[in-house]
Design a protein around this ligand. Structure first.
Ligand SMILES: C[S@@+](CC[C@H](N)C(=O)[O-])C[C@H]1O[C@@H](n2cnc3c(N)ncnc32)[C@H](O)[C@@H]1O
Length: 384
């Protein structure tokens, strides 16, 4: 059964208490350095003829303000704050693991340069644009309605990518493809259209910067497998943890804000969750998560064995390095991948990256892992 362990602590101290290469997938959504205090006040309404809101059928309601949940999102030295945490993230990520970094247009370019220096430019695989269409519009510039999510694979030749786990989206011009294709839908690109968490929806926790399950579920399904250990060390309302548990993965979550912990307590009240205060418990929390994940992985493997015994496909689609694509695309020659010229390695480049496993065939021979050729970008498979 998936386990969630939540640490209420500064994430740098927690990360430093974790061993090397212990998690399969990291998703983080750090503060955006908006220069504001991020806060949201929960409101509810009751019928009251002297109230301030008019609703359906003209009924009048009074607004009741609840608690305000928030945190300070102002940093004098944002990159200085992030850098040591990103070095630790790279260190704790398993060799085939992926790292997702979620921010917005204000700081993403600086962070990309910093992360290239830590993970290596060749480890950068995608910038995902999460586009939404909600809220006020500007009259003096193009309204910013997207966030940016950077994806780094620790080993860019060898990572988990469950192509078949991708949800499908409707074709823009279904009339131009056959009925079967139109019914199946197409695979998403690096631009993900998804609504924000609805202010009135069931998903809403009241936490100011809560991210939608749809976006996080897609990352979890495609970039990890059941029985994996996931980590979000800027956990907020715990969206990654909920997604992980729902999809059979276990998760270690960290947040230093007591309000975030309260929100998670409510959100995970029906799940197998443990709570730790202080970074001294980091290793213990991880161990709990790892034990649960190992049990889940073993039971998934035994289920897959049974399916295979019955002539089923088992878990063969849950493999490293785009095997689903390779099957569909086996006849096409692999394109050459431009190597970054003169990789910049800023002074802060991490030792963790230097210690990362060797790449390519020679590296595979040394590490005993399979070298897998690079495949064409997904968009080429998915032309209307
Ligand atoms: C943008 S929010 C994350 C929202 C989350 N993705 C969700 O869906 O609810 C960033 C979180 O990072 C937390 N945070 C900021 N600095 C931190 C630190 N040094 N250690 C741990 N958590 C931190 C904040 O308290 C906040 O909850």
């Amino acid at each position: 059964m998936p386990k969630i362990a939540v640490c209420h602590a500064d994430n740098l101290a927690v990360l430093r208490g974790l061993p090397d290469e212990c998690v399969d997938l990291i998703y983080i959504d750090p503060p955006f350095n908006t220069g504001r205090v991020q806060q949201r006040t929960k409101i509810s309404t009751v019928r009251d003829d002297s109230g301030d809101r008019v609703g359906f059928k003209g009924y009048v309601y009074r607004t009741i303000k609840g608690e305000t949940l928030g945190y300070d999102d102002r940093f004098d030295d944002f990159l200085g704050f992030l850098h040591p945490r990103m070095v630790e993230a790279c260190r704790i990520l398993k060799p085939q693991g992926s790292f997702f970094f979620h921010l917005d247009y204000r700081e993403i370019h600086y962070c990309k340069v910093m992360l290239d220096g830590i993970f290596g430019r060749e480890s950068f695989i995608n910038e995902i644009i999460w586009a939404y269409d909600y809220g006020a519009r500007s009259r003096c510039r193009w309204s910013a309605k997207h966030d940016n999510i950077l994806w780094y694979a620790k080993d860019p030749e060898h990572y988990t990518f469950n192509f078949d786990e991708m949800d499908r989206i409707p074709y823009m011009a279904p009339g131009l493809v056959g009925a079967d294709k139109a019914a199946l839908g197409k695979t998403p690109t690096d631009v993900w259209w998804h609504t924000i968490v609805s202010p009135n929806g069931r998903e809403k926790t009241g936490y100011a910067t809560q991210k939608p399950r749809g976006v996080i579920d897609r990352i979890v399904k495609v970039h990890s497998k059941p029985g994996d250990v996931l980590c979000d060390f800027f956990a907020g309302s715990g969206t990654l943890g909920e997604s992980a548990a729902e999809l059979g993965r276990s998760a270690l979550l960290v947040d230093q804000n007591v309000e975030a912990v309260h929100v998670m307590k409510e959100r995970f009240k029906d799940r197998d969750a443990s709570w730790y205060r202080g970074a001294v418990h980091a290793a213990e929390a991880l161990e709990e998560v790892r034990l649960a994940a190992r049990a889940d992985a073993e039971s998934a493997a035994s289920d897959a064995g049974k399916t295979e015994g019955q002539g089923g496909a088992g878990r063969a689609d849950v493999v490293v390095r785009r095997r689903g694509v390779a099957k569909a695309d086996a006849e096409k020659p692999a394109p050459s991948v431009p190597k970054p010229k003169g990789k910049a390695a800023p002074a802060g480049r991490s030792a963790a990256k230097t210690a990362a496993p060797a790449k390519g065939k020679a590296g595979a021979a040394r590490t005993g892992r399979r070298a897998v050729r690079r495949m064409p970008p997904l968009e080429e498979l998915d032309k209307d």
